[in-house]
Design a protein around this ligand. Structure first.
Ligand code: DGL
Length: 273
């Protein structure tokens, strides 16, 4: 049985869900969304030419992301956009929402679910350098974890390690040791029991991070919550599967090393923007 609300009647059934990240980190959000919406046509956009976002200024991100999304909307006519990137979301969500007239789902550090889990009330946050310095993170901490100590560390190397892993390479284990050291060297860190993976790339290397921690901590990220939000915003809509398309900025040759991992996830179409 299919039924559509009047709001969704105008949405073509093959209109895709667009996922956007600087690289392949947003696949962690896509994976969760596909569990709930297996029939949804998907376009996944990776801004390889702009990677890593974590090293960019706020002004660069706030200009680049809405412009790229505008071009993607023209080309693919998505029904909804998910910015599957904490860095872009914590900096550019207002600009994107102002520029585009369609539902935009953002990805913000999972401090709320981490606070619900933490017993020790000392929570670690690993993100990009740009994300961990955002007032957005401070606001989330005040709102949802005001009684907890929030220790942040910007670990840009983890982004590159996750990208390497998706290309089938083995990242240097010292990268994970350095990321963990950046947190555990801080005062009160011995009590950390929960770590927010505040970059969508980081769940791709969660096992390596767990090994580097060497003691039990709970890792928390926002993918499942975002998937539920996407499902809620598209409830009652009809999906006609149109496969999974991958589009990247930069040269097509940059995509080639990722193709085995992408094909294993069901991508069959590769394009550049
Ligand atoms: N995956 C991104 C995030 O969630 C950013 C990675 C980067 O380009 O630095 O923050």
């Amino acid at each position: 049985m299919s039924h559509s609300s009047s709001a969704s009647a105008a949405i073509p059934a093959d209109a895709p869900l667009l996922f956007f990240d600087s690289g392949v980190g947003g696949l962690t959000v896509l994976d969760a969304a596909r569990t709930l919406l297996p029939d949804a046509p998907i376009v996944y956009a990776a801004d390889f030419a702009g990677l890593p976002y974590g090293a960019k200024s706020e002004a660069e991100i706030a200009a680049r992301v809405p412009a790229l999304l505008g071009r993607l909307v023209e080309r693919y006519r998505p029904r909804l956009i998910t910015i599957a990137c904490n860095t872009a979301s914590t900096i550019a969500l207002p600009q994107v929402r102002a520029a585009l007239d369609l539902p935009i789902v953002g990805t913000v550090p999972a401090i709320k679910p981490a606070s619900e889990r933490s017993q020790s009330r000392v929570i670690g946050v690993l993100g990009t350098e740009a994300t961990v310095r955002q007032p957005y993170v401070t606001n989330l901490a005040h709102e949802f974890a005001s009684d907890a100590v929030i220790l942040r560390f910007g670990a840009p190397e983890l982004v590159l390690a996750a990208e390497q892993k998706l290309r089938g390479e083995v990242p240097d284990p010292a990268i994970f040791d350095r990321a963990v050291a950046g947190l555990v060297s801080q005062e009160r860190a011995v009590k950390i029991d929960t770590v927010v993976l505040a970059c969508t790339h980081f769940p791709l290397v969660q096992e390596e991070l767990a090994r580097a921690f060497g003691r039990a901590v709970t890792f928390v990220h926002g993918a499942e919550g975002i998937a539920r939000r996407i499902a809620y915003l598209t409830r009652g809509q009809t999906f006609v599967g149109n496969g999974l398309r991958f589009v990247a900025t930069g040269p097509a040759s940059d995509v080639v090393p990722y193709m085995p991992a992408l094909q294993a996830r069901g991508f069959s179409n590769f394009e550049t923007l």
